[in-house]
Design a protein around this ligand. Structure first.
Ligand code: MN
Length: 423
């Protein structure tokens, strides 16, 4: 358990002036890790500070930041080698970076910083495996009552374990990547046979992604306290979903092609340590949990979340405002359950939280819920929508708000038309 330390001190200011502005996403107390390039240059590891990036690959090469005496962990332009180091090294490195960027302690001499607007952001981690959960009671209840009626909204297992499925790591992409509308098998309830064609009920899922830093050993389950500490950081995650493909294919083994075509994450990994001041408990239990899932500490986080939708050429409309704190199972509980059978967890594993929905109609995390499966169009600038149309851009945003803001930046994607099979 990390606890609060000097890196969380709200009085600290950076010599990067933009980091000190009220409401800045990346103040000196945040220090999220990402991977960037400039022009045709190589991928480099950096930390966001205000409107700039501190180049950690350069800092390590110059010998001013040495997370590991054995190897250069920032030389490969991906976070996995650093995330595989002991948790104490994550903290020491964060403290060292905070000192270098501090207006009192540090200074710009000899440090390479790059304007954010001049950088191209890349996938920050090599995604080893992607698992997606279903941990919002509000979301599961909404979807369940839509398809099974309000009396059977939650399946019998739901209050006892974090339901999940193993997704695809190969199609996790960074914010800004264009997403092609999937083709798939579709079958309306009133026809006898399926057809093949473009998804007509393309949706988003507003989620947080937890990134595993410390691996676990096959055959060795981890406790919730160990799981909490194993998580390196968090990103915004859009689990794009083809609802019409999903409804035909999902029984009995769960989502497959409906979720396999794309998952978008935000480029900046906000460390778990940066989120420490914003810890909150999970909501009150409806039914007691089995002991292996009980938590002795507050392992959820108070993260404000928003969804913007913008048809091609139109201004964005904010269509949802919610909060990660509503999640019934924390990511530590999800990771614990994932390892409970003896499943090995790896550096670079990505755990999707499940769609984050609140209790009110303006706090839902999917268009499926907002439009109630296409029945009720929602208003956006430039028209109305039930599901996503070609050219639409969807953007997730997230931030913690306290003495300062810890922002996640944006997680965006624009939909391209489906591949034409020449039907
Ligand atoms: Mn999902």
């Amino acid at each position: 358990m990390t606890g609060l330390n000097a890196t969380h001190d709200p009085a600290r200011r950076s010599w990067v002036e933009s980091a000190n502005a009220a409401g800045a996403d990346f103040p000196i107390q945040n220090l999220p890790f990402g991977v960037f390039s400039q022009g045709a240059g190589a991928h480099r590891v950096g930390v966001a500070i205000g409107d700039r990036i501190l180049d950690l690959t350069a800092l390590e090469a110059s010998g001013r930041l040495v997370p590991s005496p054995q190897e250069r962990v920032f030389a490969d332009g991906v976070l996995n080698p650093f995330m595989a180091l002991p948790q104490a090294i994550w903290s020491e490195t964060r403290a060292r970076i905070a000192d270098l960027l501090d207006a009192e302690v540090g200074g710009p001499q000899g440090l390479v910083t790059v304007p954010l607007v001049e950088a191209t952001m890349h996938l920050p981690i090599f995604v080893r495996s992607f698992t997606d959960f279903y941990a919002s009671r509000e979301h599961a209840s909404n979807v369940g009552s839509m398809f099974r009626g309000p009396d059977n909204a939650l399946m019998p297992n739901w209050l006892h374990l974090p339901v999940g499925y193993n997704g695809r790591a190969s199609t996790v992409v960074v914010s800004g990547t264009q997403i092609r509308r999937p083709n798939g098998q579709l079958k309306a309830p009133d026809v006898d046979a399926p057809s093949f064609g473009p998804c007509r009920r393309l949706d988003i899922e507003l989620e947080m992604g937890a990134i595993v830093g410390t691996p676990s050993t096959m055959g060795q389950p981890v406790t919730t306290a160990q799981a909490y500490d194993m998580i390196f950081g968090y990103v915004l995650l859009n689990d794009w979903s083809a609802r019409d493909i999903q409804v035909w294919e999902y029984q009995p083994l769960g989502p497959f092609q409906a979720k396999a075509f794309a998952t978008t994450i935000s480029p900046w990994v906000v460390t778990r340590e940066a989120l420490e001041p914003f810890r909150v408990p999970t909501p009150e239990r409806i039914k007691p949990l089995l002991p292996y899932l009980e938590e002795g500490s507050a392992n959820n986080f108070d993260i404000h979340l928003e969804i913007d939708m913008a048809p091609s050429g139109a201004a964005p409309t904010t269509i949802s405002r919610t909060n990660y704190r509503h999640m019934y199972f924390s990511s530590a509980q999800q990771l614990t359950h994932h390892s409970a059978s003896g499943c090995a967890m790896c550096t670079g594993d990505l755990l999707g939280s499940g769609t984050v929905s609140g209790r009110t109609p303006d706090s839902l995390g999917s268009l499926l819920e907002m439009s109630w499966n296409g029945r009720d169009p929602i208003a956006v600038a430039g028209g109305t929508r039930t599901f996503i149309e070609d050219g639409d851009t969807l953007t997730l945003r997230g931030w913690c708000e306290g003495d300062y803001r810890v922002g996640f930046g944006a997680c965006a994607g624009t939909i391209l038309p489906a591949v034409d099979y020449g039907r």
